[in-house]
Structure formats: C-alpha cells, structure tokens
Design a protein around this ligand. Structure first.
Ligand SMILES: Cc1cc2nc3c(=O)[nH]c(=O)nc-3n(C[C@H](O)[C@H](O)[C@H](O)COP(=O)(O)O)c2cc1C
Length: 332
C-alpha cells in the first residue's frame, strides 16, 4: 500500500497553516460520525484527518457552545475540521471566526449535500449550479479567519458542465484544499462513483499556477480502492465515508497492514453503544448500531446476507447482543 505524502493547507495567517502528515480523511457523515464514532475510529489508528458532521447555518450565526458540542471533548491525535453548510454569506463570517476559539485546525464548507430539504433552500449541492455564489461563500469564510478554509464538492447537480467553473471559483476565492465526491447530486449515494471525473478535476487543478491539494472521495471502500484511486486520479489524499462505517478499522488496515477481525468489529459495536448511551439517547442508539450492520461488508460481521437481514429487523439491542456475544463480551 502506497504511503500518501504529507500536504499543507495554507491559511490567510501563515502561522495557522496546517501540515497534514497523513492525508487519509474520515468523511463527515451526519448521523454517523459524531464525536463518539470519530473517537473510536481514531483510537484504532491510521486515520489522518477528522471533521465534524455538517453544521447548518440558517437563522443566525452558530454559537461557540454548538461548535464545542459538535467537536466533543476528546483530544484527537490528528487534525480536525469544523464543517459548515451555508446557503449564502449570511452569518457565515461570525460563525467561521468563532472556530478559532476551538481546537479545530481548519474550516470546511459543504457544497455536496443532496438532501431535498437542504437543496430546496439552495444550500449544499444546490450551490454547484451557482459558482459565483460559491466564490462569495468561500471568500467570506477565508476573510473571516486565519485558519485554512477548504471546500467539499460533488461533480455537479445533474451533469458536470459547471465542474471547471466550480473548481475555478473555489480556488480563486482562496480555498486551501478541494475535496470532491465523484457523484452528481442526482446520483445521491447510489451508482458507482466516477473516478474519471476526479481525475479530470485534479488535472484541471494542476494546470493552475498554484494548485491546492485535491482529495478524492466516493466509492473508496477497501485498501485496494485507496491505491487504485490514487493511481487513477493522482489525488493528494483520500476521503473514506461508508467504507469506514463498513469497516471502522480500514485506516489502520491501510496504514499498518492490520485488517480487522470479527472480534474487533464486535467489540467496536459494543464500545460505540456504550459511548452513545452515556447521555439520554437510548432510542436512537439502536438505529445507529443498525447503520454499522447495514454497511458491513464481506464476512467481517456476517457469514451470509440472511444473518444481516435478520439483525436489521431487531427490535431491541439484546437481539444484536445475542448474535455478537459469540465474539465479544456484552455489557451487563
Ligand atoms: C449517512 C451519511 C451522512 C453524510 N453526511 C455528510 C455531512 O455531514 N457532510 C458532508 O460533507 N458529507 C456528508 N456525507 C457524504 C460523505 O461525506 C461522502 O462524501 C459520501 O458518502 C461519498 O463517500 P463514500 O462513497 O466513501 O461513502 C454523508 C454521507 C452519508 C452516507
């Protein structure tokens, strides 16, 4: 497995520029990559960069206490970003400026969310049809902080005809890095990701006098996929989303050649359950555990699809414990 080279994210304050030693990113995923999940994945080793789930700006600036809640209290062993999703520059500068009072090392802007309620408010991926608005949003964020500001995009809304305009807008507004999910908004999360579009985007970025690091995302589900996407796209880093739900040890596997065992994955599930049940969220806990089961791949957790389907129908956590107790200790 190829070791990725370190990358630097430049902020408008050179003292706040950030060296990322290992550009292997855990993708932000709302409803999954909360502080507990991030902490448990990072504790396994191998992950190089973390990010909060998106924080949506709509009716006012985001208070510091919300940023702190989204970041959690654990000190991660690698850089972490705060991700905002904003339909315009309203309240953006105030929200971005507050990030400097947290431990996050950079700010990421979401231009990829396909969800209807977001899209209809012209946020997330809807902005891909308006590169000039994207320019304003990125520039506003860049001017509000000395920290690096990055952008996460998709390839387009219904096609890729504006992709170069989008990349140009983000780059000229001062973004420090571009992460691209190689699917259209209309493709949501289905279909294979188009790595050929990622390759085209990187080729275009490299034609600029001062290119910024380019991070490939979409359908990178195994260690072999990491090597393949680097080879095909010449990206500077890789971002893994559902592949990390399927196998939270994928980063360790890639960096240390240590694949997960079923015992380890079962223990991860138990630890995750304990972490999310420290508060008052027992109800959503079962749903979150089922997310892990839903995406689990190969024979990491199950010998066959029937076993998975059976557990996906579980109405209580005890049914899941009954299955995984064969491989790990179950909480009392
Ligand atoms: C459940 C879920 C929630 C997501 N939430 C976010 C989010 O908060 N911010 C974001 O930029 N992308 C979000 N995404 C998109 C992922 O970051 C990533 O771009 C996408 O899943 C493609 O990568 P993959 O094929 O490796 O999963 C989400 C994806 C999923 C499946």
């Amino acid at each position: 497995m190829t070791k990725l080279k370190p990358i630097t994210l430049s902020g408008s304050d050179p003292k706040k520029s950030l060296l990322i030693e290992n550009p292997l990113f855990l993708a932000p995923m709302e409803g999954v990559t909360d502080p507990s999940f991030r902490q448990l994945v990072a504790a396994r080793g191998g992950v190089g960069v973390l990010c909060t789930e998106f924080i949506r700006i709509s009716q006012g600036h985001i208070p510091l206490k919300v940023l702190r809640r989204e970041l959690g209290t654990w000190q991660e062993p690698c850089p972490i970003a705060v991700q905002f999703m904003a339909p315009s520059t309203d309240y953006l500068a105030e929200s971005v400026a507050l990030v400097e009072q947290t431990r996050a090392q950079y700010v990421d802007l979401n231009f990829g969310c396909p969800v209807k309620r977001v899209f209809n408010k012209c946020a997330g991926s809807a902005l891909l049809d308006f590169p000039d608005r994207m320019f304003d949003i990125v520039k506003c964020a860049v001017e509000a902080t000395g920290l690096p500001v990055t952008a996460k995009i998709r390839a387009g809304v219904n096609d890729t005809h504006l992709l170069k305009d989008v990349i140009h807008a983000v780059h000229s507004a001062g973004a420090a890095l571009l992460a691209m999910h190689g699917r259209l908004r209309s493709e949501s999360y289905a279909m294979d990701a188009h790595w050929e579009w990622l390759a085209e985007a990187q080729e275009y970025l490299l034609s600029f006098e001062k290119p910024i690091p380019f991070i490939a995302n979409g359908g990178i589900d195994t260690c072999d996929d990491v090597d393949a996407v680097v080879k095909q796209t010449k990206c500077d880093g890789v971002m893994i989303g559902r592949g990390a739900i399927a196998d939270p040890f994928i980063f360790r596997h890639y960096m240390c050649s240590e694949p997960a065992t079923r015992e380890e994955v079962c223990a991860f599930i138990v630890e995750y359950w304990q972490a999310i049940n420290q508060g008052s969220q027992k109800k959503s806990g079962l749903g979150r555990i089922k997310q892990l089961l839903k995406y689990s791949v190969g024979n990491l957790l199950f010998d066959n699809e029937d076993q998975r389907q059976q557990l996906m129908r579980a109405r209580d956590i005890e049914t899941i414990w009954a299955y995984i107790s064969g491989w790990t200790a179950i909480p009392a």
